[in-house]
Every structure is written in structure tokens, then in C-alpha cells.
Design a protein around this ligand. Sequence first.
Ligand SMILES: [Zn+2]
Ligand SMILES: [Zn+2]
Length: 367
Amino acid sequence: MITGKASVLEQFKAPLQLRQYPIPAKPEPGAALVRTIMAGICGTDVHLWKGELPITLPVILGHETVGRIEQLGEGLEKDWTGQPLKVGDRVTWTSSTSCGECYYCREKHQPTRCAQRRAYGIGYRCDQAPYFLGGYAEYHYLKPRVNIFKIADDLPTEAVVGAGCALNTAIHGVERTGIAWRDNVVVQGAGPVGIAALAVAKSAGAGQVIVLGAPKHRLEMAKRFGADHVIDIDEVKTPADRIAAVRALTGGYGADVVLECVGSPTAVGEGMEMCRDGGKYLVLGHYCDAGPVSWNPHVVTRKQLTVIGSWSYEPRHLRMALEFMRTTQQQFPFAEMVSHRFTLDQANEALATTASWKAAKSVLVPG
Ligand SMILES: [Zn+2]
Ligand SMILES: [Zn+2]
């Protein structure tokens, strides 16, 4: 029996454990076995590690993965876009697959809310076959109906993992806001989701984009990605001052669209005040439940705000992300987001680096 290594979350808030599992002998029809090239550590993984989403353990974390096809199951001949697939191809995939049959998939066109969806690296326990259903491992098993995408030769693995789920999520979220040409946009947060939202807003036609965040190197990255103004929240410490700073940059009115990419409940009330009257507010950063916050609904009525939510992403968003990154590498250098590399047995260190909220992006290279 051939085995492969995986770093496993067995208990919330306890160190991940290095485990060996048997590698499935042959993928079932429509499935594939992939050898992991690089796996991203997402902020969500930190929340999962802390137990902030009700998941069943043990789990191999990691839902932003690039790998090389080792084996293809019968009938899996093409990727999502129709390109032929073969052993040795470098690929990525959506972390979840919707059923295509249910009320939300078919009737209401909200496939990200499909009840059948389970995400790799989140929703599958790893103590039963096919074991390898998360990124922090030498191998990754892709179940039948997975949405696989072949990666173009001129798009580096670092870019795909550096952008991670953040870019797909940002494309989906910004799409729901319908940013108009020359809109003033505020991005709350300069982590991976904030940087991705900035890139998407810019390319969607935004005029001025103002990014709020910290620490300094994240704001430097925001400038590298085209932020017109950055506001350092370590320096401009109170919400009132930050709201005033945004108003000063927008003719006294506030932004047309504010994109929340923080995940901290208190950011929401502050961000709504940064909108102009009749503006739009997107709550994107709250994939995990960080708890409630007290805020005044009067603001939404008085300012005539449109408040929008967006959950995860669809396969078409990943397709857009890959093509977007390939064609804009100079303007939006997602490969440069990868700031810390670790081996599989350093997974705890990698997770701690992400948990410090200081790294641009930590990745695992199983080697
Ligand atoms: Zn993620
Ligand atoms: Zn469904």
C-alpha cells in the first residue's frame, strides 16, 4: 500500500498532526488524483482551526491548491472550459461543487447556496477513503463532477495560489455590486481579499480606489496594485477620523461603493458611514461567524443604502480569475503576494504566520 503525508486538524486550537493515509489505487469514474504542488493558507483556515465554523474533524485544511494530475478516472477527459486533460497537467479546481438540481441551483440561480455543496479543506473528514480532500497534503483527490481548470503555461503557480480563494470571492462580490465606470470605491481591509477586491474594482472601471488597512507592508502592496489612496488604521485610529478622511477624498460625499474585506463586525457600521447617500455596501469578509455587532438601521434608511452579501464563488468566477491574472500580470502581480513558504511538516508555523495577520500570503510546498 502506497501512502502519502497530510497535515491534519484533529482538534480545534491544537497543533495540526502529520499523518499518513493510503493513496487511492485508482480514481473512480469522473474523479482524479493530483499531486499537490502548492497549497495556500487562507485566513479562513485560521478561523476553522479555532472552531469558528461547525465542521466535523479530522480535516485536512486547504482550499486553494494547485497540483499536477497523476491519474484520471474514466470519462474525465476535459477541464471545465473544454480543454483536454491529461496526466501531468498543472491544474486547480473550485473548492466546492454545486448539485445543479436543487431550488437554489436551478430555480433561483444562487448556486453558491446549494445545500449539497461541501468544500475541500473544510467539509470532508479525512479518516475515511479517499482521505485526501484538502490542500495541506502530498496528494489531493478530486471527486467526480469536480470543476477542474488547466492552468496556462504562462501563469505561475504562485499567482494562482497567491490570489487564492480571495480573488474568486472578490470577483463574485464586486459583480454583485455592479461598480460603475469612474465610481469612487473604498476597500476596507488590505489582506488578500482586500487586495483582490482592489484589483477587481480597478479593472471593473472604478475611478478612485481608497484602501484602509494595516500594517504598512500590506498598504505598500495595495499601492503596488493601484490603490489611489491608502489610510493606515494604525495611524488614523478612530472610525470618526477614518470616515472624515474618506469624505475628504470624495468631495465631502462618501464613496459610491464600499467593499468590506475585513471580517471584523465593527468594520460594518464604520463602512456604511463611508458610503455616499444612495451608495452600495458589500459585506464580503464575513465567511466565518465573528459574532454580532450593534449598529443603527436608521443609517440604511436615511442614506438609502443598498447592502449586499456574497458567499464564496462559482466556477465561472475561477475561470475569470485565471484569465484575468494571466493577462494582467504586470498591473496586478498576484505572484508577489506569496511572502512565506513552508514545507508540509511546518504547517503549524505556516498557519501561525497567517494567524498573525501580518503575512501577505503563506503557502505550503509539500515537495
Ligand atoms: Zn479561503
Ligand atoms: Zn444545488
